[in-house]
Design a protein around this ligand. Sequence first.
Ligand SMILES: [Zn+2]
Length: 162
Amino acid sequence: MPNRRLRHYNNCPRCPVLGAEGMPGEEYYEILALRFSVRIARELSRGHDLIRVEPFVLAKWLKHARVLDSHVDHVPLNSGYGIIVTLPAGCGMPLIDGNHRAARALREQRPFFAAVLDETETLELLRGSIGAAIADHYWKRLKASTLHPNDYGETDDEQLNH
Ligand SMILES: [Zn+2]
């Protein structure tokens, strides 16, 4: 009798489901009220030049990214580049694909490379991910916002030192 409950490699929720390795489900990355399709992001990033992400930038980002520590050991090294999107009005450049690979690269002091989608591509990605009307709505709100990358949860230690 097959066990009908999904079982993942390593008993890890972020690892592939046993027996379904060749049929990856649709993967999304969510941040704020936004939802990005990783599949569409990969399509848009094809042919882009890759940049090497500075370790301190990576460390700062990973401090508040949702990373499952135990899964970091499960991702292979050098398993491809990450994808960074560009939000409008200086709202930040989240890494929407490759967070666990980035965490592993940082830990092992190896370089981590990413493709960067510019604002136009990011809006196109968002429209493909959640529909044009909702995407445009949130995009407009981001453009009008005063949100800064540090607002994701970082405290401003500098002010305390003054
Ligand atoms: Zn895992």
